[in-house]
Design a protein. Structure first.
Length: 186
């Protein structure tokens, strides 16, 4: 169980039983509009995706559970063990829990920096996703770059904002978030 004060947030490793729910979230308008690609609502393709990521030791996915209810998905991707860096991703599938959104990512950051020993996390955020950009800055990320006209979607090119968070910044400047700890199974 996560220990973050009044929040009871757990992170369950993604398994086959979660795929239908994840597909529903991933194809919802509020999630897919900020993803680089849209996917079909096809459970067979979802299973192929799951089998591919299950064999890939550079990416890990967990279901976010709040008070026993599955509310979203969080991940570490592009894990580079030599250079000790990775990207991270996350979305809430159930918007009824958006009031706790800012409390979820610190759990992943503490895991990444204190357990995995990573030196850097980075994130790419499509233009218009202002909430996640503000959240990244609040959690100590630096806005490092804008990739102009980086993704073609919905009939036009979108800019992508690149953010990075160093372990030293997290450890030195973000102690108020260090209490957010949870078990993440690889």
């Amino acid at each position: 169980m996560a220990d973050g004060g009044e929040f009871v947030i757990n992170f369950k490793k993604l398994d086959e039983g979660d795929l239908e729910q994840v597909l529903e979230w991933r194809t919802s308008e509020h999630v897919t509009r900020y993803m680089y690609s849209d996917i079909d609502k096809n459970l067979d393709n979802q299973m192929k995706w799951y089998k591919a990521i299950s064999k890939d030791d550079t990416q890990y996915y967990w279901i976010i559970e709040y008070k026993g209810t599955a509310i979203g998905l969080i991940s570490i991707n592009n894990l580079d063990r030599i250079n000790r860096k990775a990207s991270s991703g996350y979305y809430l599938g159930d918007l009824r829990y958006s009031m706790i959104a800012g409390h979820i990512l610190p759990y992943l950051y503490n895991f990444a920096f204190f357990q995995l020993g990573l030196n850097k996390l980075y994130a790419e955020v499509m233009e218009g996703n202002d909430g996640i950009m503000k959240m990244h800055l609040h959690h100590g990320y630096t806005h490092a770059a804008i990739f102009k006209e980086h993704i073609y979607k919905y009939g036009y090119y979108h800019d992508v904002h690149y953010f990075e968070l160093l372990a030293s910044t997290w450890k030195e400047n973000c102690q108020k978030f260090h209490r957010f700890t949870a078990q993440f199974t690889l």
